[in-house]
Design a protein around this ligand. Structure first.
Ligand code: DGJ
Length: 767
């Protein structure tokens, strides 16, 4: 069995050991067993359920592997067939014809085992890539061939194994490297692969395909981790569900072009590789130099997708986001963008801030449009001098005014880009990132070439001095176009970005950084190493957001989601949705409001006040509670309270009975479940009102229009006390409106309605 004594010594979380020729890497719910074969190849015996290092014999399969046309490492030894082995590393041209994790511009590679070390801590990278932090042992296995070494690092943090590769040139000739993966695993069994794909305003849609004998690839080539294909993905055994079945979760601590592929072999092994995209990639590693890959992240659960999500959520909170934000409650913010766009001045902002404060917002964020000649998105990017026409008192004056109102002040930047119509571009056209052809614009802008030291220095100086010039405690860091850089240049750009983020934000740990890239175009673990939250999507329609936030929730905790309530009908879908639903969806993230407050009705303002008060009361649970996906809703659980929301799309006529099946409660304990009360607007009843009113009223007439602005009626609210066992079996909810009139014993939600339930422990006594 696992050496629990040692685990205890290490804080009860993990152990790495070498025993009887086997490397055992053990987390709380996961084990990885590796072995060096007689020919020096690194085999993966097991990755999955926690087992003992001494259990390795249970996973042995060696004798009699090679046959037919396959190549053997030693003629006559059929157990020496690389193509049939379950490996944790491989190379091209030496008998393994599955996907190679390494390519050397067409040369074969033959790295064999040389040595290992178990180190008491995670080893810092030399190249400036971000990495997981915290206590964690590290296994370093070195493989070598003439003139080069490969160092494979495995660390374990709780339920998650983190892995990376370093190529070291120990010879005298330059090594031309065209592909180097962070990880390779040959898993036993057949799987389905779920990727999270999409585009602008439609991020993180899950797609599941079987992994058969052809390669399934999840890759981005836009220069960013991208809204097309998030770097995180899942492999699950067919039939796995939210609470049951064997599921693996994978991710990459990287914000640039990424690559992952899975493919099943004839022997029934599924090869999984992860790393930087090899597309157009070529780098020269000079004698004495190294090339380091980003960290690949992997976990396993035999408790379904929910088990993987919870392991990944804990990992991101404890080992990825900057330590000072772990468990630190985030402010409810107001953002100027959707309400004002580029059209504001000091007075309008102060008036908005007063309204936002009155509603309960704690942080006022000034978005795009505050600098240079930026009155639309054609000009000004790059010129971070405040626009004195809009802000005659400067950022300092505005920031201080907002502080006086009792709010924090935050600011938007897009430092990686430049408009051709800007002083910066006129002065330094060579700072733009271009290729040898005519410049191609995206959102009327070019990227700056962050591989250049002078560009990085300019950004650090401009952003840093702006932050120090006013009382700013929050930054929204935006990036709004795809790159024209390929391969190594795209990678160097990302290294440049990381250097800039490090230089600006590490010395200013009080600044809450929320990254953004046209919404969720760079929602990845690399960006989360610098700032604990990311703007999920420019799509704030709550019905779309349910899909986006739910997709992201498979691999990222809700505390990383910037989630705002915006206007209805929505700007991107023209869909009208109830304010309740907009609030309930945004509650499961870092809540914000992003709409013109002056157009709100009094009853809407009151509703928002109540939303914010409720969110603040349960903020810890909403932001950091254990998140679970339910049938038709979500749940978060803290120590003594669970909150669950249900979301409805279209209401059918004659709806059936509905139930709410909660998860993770104590079967024996008793809980009070109560609906958060909600009010119905008269207008919701349309011409029905005229049938119940004593006089004949025109449903489109003035009287009802005015009544709709002022009069609300309570909707049905459930209150029951029951055991955890009963609530997990599924509490029956109040019936849904079915054309029989208003009744407080039913729920009159309508299309896109939503409810929030509070579930509190009331002890073990029966009532
Ligand atoms: C794109 C972002 O995603 C939006 O939230 C907003 O900040 C705009 N850029 C501003 O130009």
């Amino acid at each position: 069995m696992v050496n629990y004594k040692k685990m205890e010594k290490k804080g009860g979380l993990f152990v790495i050991e070498y025993r009887d020729g086997v490397f055992g890497i053990h987390g709380q719910t996961v084990s990885m067993l590796l072995r060096v074969d007689p020919y020096g190849l690194l085999e993966l015996l097991h990755f999955g359920e926690p087992v003992g290092t001494e259990d390795a014999c249970a996973f042995d399969y060696r004798p009699g592997l090679g046959w037919g046309s396959s190549i053997l490492l030693k003629d006559g030894d059929t157990a020496s067939c690389p193509d049939a082995l379950g490996l944790a590393w491989s190379g091209p041209g030496r008998g393994d014809y599955r996907e190679s994790p390494l390519e050397l511009a067409g040369s074969s590679a033959d790295f064999r085992y040389e040595s290992y070390e178990i180190l008491e801590e995670a080893i810092p990278m030399g190249c400036g890539l971000p990495q997981a932090h915290g206590e964690g042992e590290t296994l370093k296995i070195t493989l070598s061939q003439e003139g080069a070494k490969l160092h494979l690092y495995f660390s374990v943090f709780g339920d998650v194994v983190v892995r990376r590769t370093v190529l070291e040139n120990t010879g005298e000739d330059t090594i031309v490297l065209t592909k180097l993966m962070s990880s390779l695993l040959d898993l036993s069994g057949s799987y389905e692969m779920t990727t999270f794909d999409g585009g602008w305003i439609a991020e993180a849609r899950p797609h599941t395909v079987p992994v058969l004998d052809s390669r399934v690839v999840n890759e981005s080539t836009t220069g960013a981790s991208s809204n097309r294909h998030n770097p995180g993905f899942l492999l699950s055994e067919p039939g796995a569900g939210e609470e049951y079945g064997r599921v693996y979760g994978f991710n990459l601590v990287y914000s640039g072009n990424h690559y992952a592929a899975a493919q099943r072999s004839l022997q029934g092994l599924t090869r999984v590789v992860q790393g930087i995209s090899p597309s157009s990639f070529l780098t020269r590693v000079e004698p004495g130099a190294v090339f380091e890959t980003p960290e690949a992240v992997m976990t396993f659960s035999d408790r379904g997708f929910g088990g993987v999500s919870q392991a990944m959520h804990r990992f991101v909170q404890e080992h990825i986001i900057p330590a000072q934000w772990n468990g630190k409650e985030r402010p409810v913010l107001f953002n100027s963008w959707e309400g004002c766009m580029f059209h504001f001045d000091h007075r309008r902002l102060v008036s908005l801030a007063k309204d936002a404060k009155d509603l309960g917002c704690e942080l006022f964020v000034l978005d795009d449009g505050w600098f240079g000649k930026r009155d639309d998105d054609h000009a000004g990017l790059g010129d971070y001098d405040v626009n004195k026409k809009k802000l005659p008192h400067g950022l300092k004056g505005l920031g201080e005014k907002i502080r006086e109102l009792g709010m924090q002040f935050g600011l938007w930047f897009e430092p990686e880009s430049v408009n051709m119509d800007s002083d910066l571009y006129r002065a330094h056209p060579d700072w733009a990132l271009t290729d040898r052809f005519e410049p191609l614009l995206g959102r009327h802008q070019l990227l700056l070439d962050l591989t250049k030291q002078e560009v990085r220095d300019y950004i650090v100086d401009k952003v840093g001095s702006t932050l120090d010039s006013a009382p700013i405690t929050y930054v929204k860091w935006d990036m709004n176009r795809h790159s024209v850089a390929l391969g190594e240049k795209a990678h160097s750009y990302i290294l440049g970005l990381y250097e800039v983020l490090e230089r600006i934000f590490v010395p200013r740990p009080h600044v809450l950084l929320e990254s953004c890239s046209s919404g969720g175009n760079r929602f990845d673990l690399g960006m989360l190493c610098y700032g604990p939250q990311i703007w999920c999507s420019d799509d704030t329609d709550p019905i779309e957001r349910i899909a986006i936030q739910e997709g992201l929730s498979y691999l990222y905790p809700q505390s990383t989601f910037g989630a705002h309530v915006s206007a209805s009908p929505h700007a991107q879908t023209l869909r009208a949705t109830p304010l309740v639903t907009r609030g309930n969806v945004s509650f499961f993230g870092c809540l914000g409001y992003e709409l013109d407050l002056k157009h709100l009705l009094k009853i809407e303002k009151q509703q928002i006040r109540e939303q914010i008060a409720l969110y603040k009361k349960y903020r810890r649970v909403f932001q950091f509670g254990a998140f679970q996906r339910l049938e038709g809703g979500w749940q978060v659980s803290g120590e003594d309270v669970t909150l669950a929301a249900t979301f409805r799309k279209l209401v059918p006529a004659a709806p059936g009975y509905e139930r709410l099946r909660l998860r993770g409660l104590d079967r024996e304990k008793r809980y009070r479940l109560s609906t958060v009360p909600q009010q119905l607007r008269i207008g919701q009843f349309g011409s029905l009102v005229k049938h119940v009113a004593p006089v004949d009223l025109d449903p489109n007439g003035m009287i009802l229009r005015i009544a709709d602005r002022h009069i609300t009626m309570p909707d049905g609210a459930l209150e029951i006390t029951a055991s955890g066992a009963a609530l997990m079996a599924g509490a029956r909810l109040l019936p849904v409106f079915r054309g029989t009139g208003y009744d407080q014993q039913q729920r009159t939600l309508g299309d896109f309605g939503s409810e929030l339930y509070i579930i509190e422990e009331v002890g073990n006594e029966r009532s």
